[in-house]
Design a protein around this ligand. Structure first.
Ligand code: TRP
Length: 366
């Protein structure tokens, strides 16, 4: 059996540095590792609509933003299939059958759904589509027989739900589906990059993001106003690294080569941290270094984006081709699923023949 990746994002906004260290960078590495037979990256517009039903325009506009971010960060359409969820109707069909394998109580226990319901203040008015999105996500994964699902750790309950559905389906019907494994970032900084304000997570709603598409001036302004150690007032004061956002970002982004290139008086981050702790190192110097590091990463991404922006039609063609490839595989799996469930009446010659036989023999006459 081959190794297959499926993962994706909801198109509700442009992608930021949190996405970059948490998933994009990893995806590009996986793509280039040559270890995977197929890689599917899904723009989850249908899932985004489960809590944006009244704002389809937001989802529609962000599809191209996410696609541009993917391609400019290095996803290569000759190696991965990038596709749009809503354009693969087989996903809906599969979800519909999975719904019979999951109880309401099980969904209510899903920790991700629970916390998202709280976050969104749904209280008693949870849309059914939102409530059941773990089922749809199980369809996303299993339609492609994905073995590996690279996600953030907040998505682990989703993968567990998918695994339960697979086990249940395979034991009731036939062993058609593949149990997926989650692949989570091995580095804590990368799985939860804080916002520039030092808050828990970089997130659009908190307005504390650095976007991949920000221009150098915006990046500079955001870095220079980043949260550091509030007690580090004069340069001579000893400073704290813990909870100091600038150092958290350096942990996530900088390499020894960055020191050689931009701050050669230090060998590595440990030396810089030691100096900051001792005192005598000002925030501005550290921030300028971080800015240089981020620009080193963002500049090529931005340049690639500019190029792609000149050919939006071409980007849509990439999405269309990716979607066609996804559907082709999806149709095969769905056919196997329906065969296993024996809901393939017109193809089932034996069923038709045996029923015909029964009625010819006067089944209705006794
Ligand atoms: N729920 C994921 C997120 O919010 C997006 C997603 C949808 C996904 N379907 C998926 C991720 C399938 C992995 C596999 O980021």
């Amino acid at each position: 059996m081959g190794k297959i990746i499926l993962t994706g994002d909801r198109p509700t906004g442009k992608l930021h540095l949190g996405h970059y260290v948490g998933s994009l960078k990893r995806r590009v590495e996986l793509q280039n590792s040559g270890e995977y037979d197929e890689i599917y990256i899904m723009i989850a517009d249908a899932q985004a609509l489960t809590d944006n039903a009244d704002n389809p325009e937001k989802v529609r506009q962000n599809i191209i933003e996410v696609a541009l971010d993917y391609l400019s960060a290095g996803l290569d359409p000759s190696k991965v299939h990038i596709f749009i969820q809503s354009q693969v109707p087989e996903l809906c069909e599969l979800s519909f059958y999975y719904m019979n394998l999951v109880t309401v109580a099980r969904l209510q226990r899903n920790p991700t759904v629970k916390s998202e319901i709280k976050q969104r203040n749904f209280q008693a008015s949870i849309p059914v589509g939102f409530f059941t999105y773990p089922i749809s996500q199980a369809a996303d994964i299993t339609l492609f027989k994905a073995t590996t699902v690279p996600v953030g750790d907040d998505q682990l309950p989703m993968i567990e739900q998918a695994r339960e559905i697979v086990r249940s389906f395979n034991s009731i019907y036939a062993p058609v589906l593949v149990e997926p494994q989650a692949l989570i970032p091995d580095n804590k900084v990368c799985s939860r990059l804080p916002g520039t304000d030092g808050k828990a997570k970089m997130s659009k709603s908190l307005g504390n993001c650095i976007y991949l598409s920000d221009d150098p001036k915006e990046v500079r302004t955001k870095v220079m106003s980043m949260y550091t150690d509030p007690d580090h007032i004069r340069v001579e004061d000893p400073g704290k690294i813990e909870g100091n956002c600038v150092f958290t970002y350096l942990d996530a982004f900088c390499t020894d080569e960055h020191f050689a290139k931009f701050l050669p008086e230090y060998q590595n981050l440990d030396e810089l941290k030691a100096h900051y702790r001792r005192g005598g190192l000002g925030d501005v110097k550290v921030k300028k270094f971080l800015y240089a590091v981020l620009e080193d990463i963002l500049e090529p991404i931005r340049a690639k984006r500019k190029e792609l922006e000149q050919d939006i039609e071409g980007v849509y063609r990439i999405l269309q081709e990716g979607t066609e490839a996804a559907r082709k595989v999806g149709r095969v799996t769905l056919r196997e699923v329906k065969d296993a469930m024996q809901i393939n009446y017109f193809d089932d010659r034996e069923l038709i023949a045996s029923q015909a036989e029964k009625y010819r023999n006067g089944a209705n006459e006794q």
